[in-house]
Design a binder for this molecule. Structure first.
Ligand code: FAD
Length: 317
């Protein structure tokens, strides 16, 4: 079923979450067993992130360095199939512009359609860690809006090299990312919203937000998005803080602020256990307020660790 149908049919705020494919060489079984307890909260869909290649440098005996491309977390499509098979719920693969030519995107979409995936989250992706700036593949997309456009063209039976009206029509429901605290490359929120609108005009039917820790940021964002004329559902992304390291890592990586009352509590913590307690309690309060405000779904960034999300969901749903 499409995410938009799940949202339309919902009588109250839904529970959903996203997982990361396991690191290469690790088994999927552990991940599936790990997320099983979350099925208690009846998620209608689970997102599976996509991780583009990274470059590593291998040193040869003669001293020369060889640049090697490696994917640390392959397997997004296979995991979607496994989730749908095991839990009989929808799996939403994340699809990136980065690392994909248009042909590769088309082929990935054909595979996803064949295994029964009906929804995709269309993203640009970031630059590989070793490179400073996002650069599109040769014959690839530069922005998520272009990827959305390609998916919608396939929904109309229009493929890259066979522009006929009799091509098989896929029927993907497309989601895109939104940033309550602005995407870090956008010079202003107005600029960012202009391109968010472009993604929706190109056919995106829902938005999932970047994590935020201050609900007011989400409420203000929703207001601005609506004022910009965008009417699709906006699903808030929730990430509980669980380690001391995340207190500095999350703002640095995701370009977001931690509100003062949360920081006041976190600064008292000496161990990860204490941080986790504060993080869970903060997320519970955040979630209760968002449910009270009729958010369409709460979308948890689990980082594939289900125990924290379980504790929060138990208090909220
Ligand atoms: P875009 O919408 O393309 O926007 C990128 C930037 O370009 C923005 O600053 C925007 O304002 C600007 N822009 C857009 N269009 C134009 C234009 N035509 N001209 C000029 N500027 C423009 N990353 C992963 O690698 N894997 C994942 O699985 C993943 N999942 C995510 C899930 C969610 C819910 C979110 C919020 C993010 C996720 N990301 C993931 C991270 C995402 O790939 C990065 O944040 C990336 O930097 C931007 O992606 P986007 O789709 O928002 O890009």
């Amino acid at each position: 079923m499409k995410i938009t149908e799940h949202l339309e049919n919902a009588k109250s705020t839904l529970f959903s979450f996203e997982i990361l494919p396991p690191l290469k060489g690790q088994s999927l079984k552990e991940l599936l067993v790990g997320i099983e307890p979350l099925m208690e909260f009846k998620p209608p869909f689970v997102d599976v992130t996509y991780h583009r290649e990274e470059f590593i440098y291998k040193k040869h005996p003669n001293g020369l360095l060889e640049k090697v491309s490696t994917k640390k977390r392959p397997g997004t499509v296979g995991i979607c199939a496994a989730i749908m098979n095991k839990f009989h719920i929808d799996a939403v693969p994340h699809l990136l512009c980065g690392g994909f030519s248009k042909e590769e995107t088309e082929n990935a979409l054909i595979d996803l359609n064949f295994i029964g995936v009906e929804n995709v989250l269309a993203l640009r992706g970031d630059a590989p860690k070793s490179e400073g700036k996002f650069v599109s593949e040769h014959n690839g997309h530069s922005y998520a809006s272009e990827l959305v456009e390609q998916i919608i063209r396939m929904n109309h039976g229009r493929y890259l090299h066979e522009e006929t009206e009799i091509g098989f029509q896929t029927d993907f429901c497309v989601g895109v990312a939104g940033y309550p605290e602005k995407h870090f490359e956008a010079p202003s929120m107005k600029f960012d919203l202009k391109y968010l609108k472009e993604k929706v005009e190109n056919g995106a039917e829902y938005i999932v937000t970047q994590m935020f820790f201050d609900n007011q940021k989400y409420f203000d964002f929703v207001e601005k998005v609506r004022k910009a004329g965008i009417t699709v559902p906006i699903i808030p992304g929730i990430k509980p803080i669980t380690t001391l390291g995340q207190i500095t890592m999350l703002p640095r990586t995701f370009f977001l602020d931690l509100p003062d009352p949360l920081m006041d509590e976190l600064e008292k913590c000496k161990t990860n256990t204490e941080v986790k307690e504060v993080g869970i309690e903060w997320a519970i309060q955040q979630c209760k307020e968002l449910v009270g405000a009729n958010a369409p779904s709460l979308h948890f960034y689990t980082m594939s660790k289900a125990d924290t999300t379980y504790k929060i969901a138990k208090e909220v749903f």
